[in-house]
Design a protein around this ligand. Structure first.
Ligand code: ATP
Ligand code: MG
Length: 193
């Protein structure tokens, strides 16, 4: 199983291409999209709550039989640490092997993840290139490197930050997100549309 964690604020084609790329390159059976709780100070608009971020993910993945939504982090109160999520997945689904899919920005950040030395007891990582970030595996501690495998990923210059900025300044985000997500954001006037 692949785990695609993120805030998905909003979900975009970069996330979907990354998940599909990891699935095909590593031979994953499924990819579970796992939206994370945003700490209150990081919420951009009181309207775009966890529930709506989840719904956007549902709309984005509904046509792919191997993509699933896993809302466990939102069912917990407050901020979730990946280590708790990894442990819960490991305990709830002993029949599966989990691989956390992350972009280059997150790969470089791994040494700063809370209890990363414990996370790797429960799952390994699939690192993907990301436009604007140079994945630097050599800079990671030696003991961590064996837990990360890489898979090819085309540079897709899309980020949720850029999408939010575009919407705030009245620019189109058509084709950066799936049509269903585009319509949903438009209908609700989120992110300043
Ligand atoms: P924000 O700009 O709000 O941080 P984001 O576009 O980075 O949003 P996240 O929800 O933070 O999206 O990312 C979830 C995961 O997807 C991270 O591991 C991130 O590296 C990866 N990711 C997001 N966009 C891309 C992309 N275009 N190419 C490769 N990986 C990506
Ligand atoms: Mg990000």
């Amino acid at each position: 199983m692949g785990i695609m964690g993120g805030t998905f604020d909003p979900v975009h084609l970069g996330h979907l291409i990354a998940a599909e790329q990891a699935r095909l390159e590593v031979g994953l059976d499924e990819v579970w999209f796992l939206p994370s709780n945003l700490p209150p100070h990081k919420q951009h608009s009181p309207l775009v709550q966890a529930e709506q971020r989840c719904h956007m993910v549902e709309l984005a993945i509904e046509n792919h039989p191997a993509f699933k939504l896993e809302p466990m982090e939102l069912e917990r109160e407050g901020k979730s640490y990946t280590v708790d999520t990894a442990k819960e997945l490991f305990q709830r689904f002993p029949e599966h092997q989990f691989h956390f899919i992350i972009g280059a920005d997150m790969v470089n950040d791994l040494p700063h993840w809370f209890k990363v030395e414990e996370i790797v007891k429960y799952m390994s990582f699939i690192g993907l290139e990301r436009a604007g970030h140079t994945m630097n595996l050599q800079a990671l501690p030696d003991w961590l490197q064996p837990y990360i495998r890489t898979a090819p990923m085309p540079f897709i210059e899309i980020s949720s930050t850029d999408i939010r900025e575009r919407l705030q300044s009245g620019k189109s985000i058509r084709y950066l997100v799936p049509d269903a997500v585009y319509d949903y954001i438009e209908e609700n006037g989120w992110y300043g549309t």
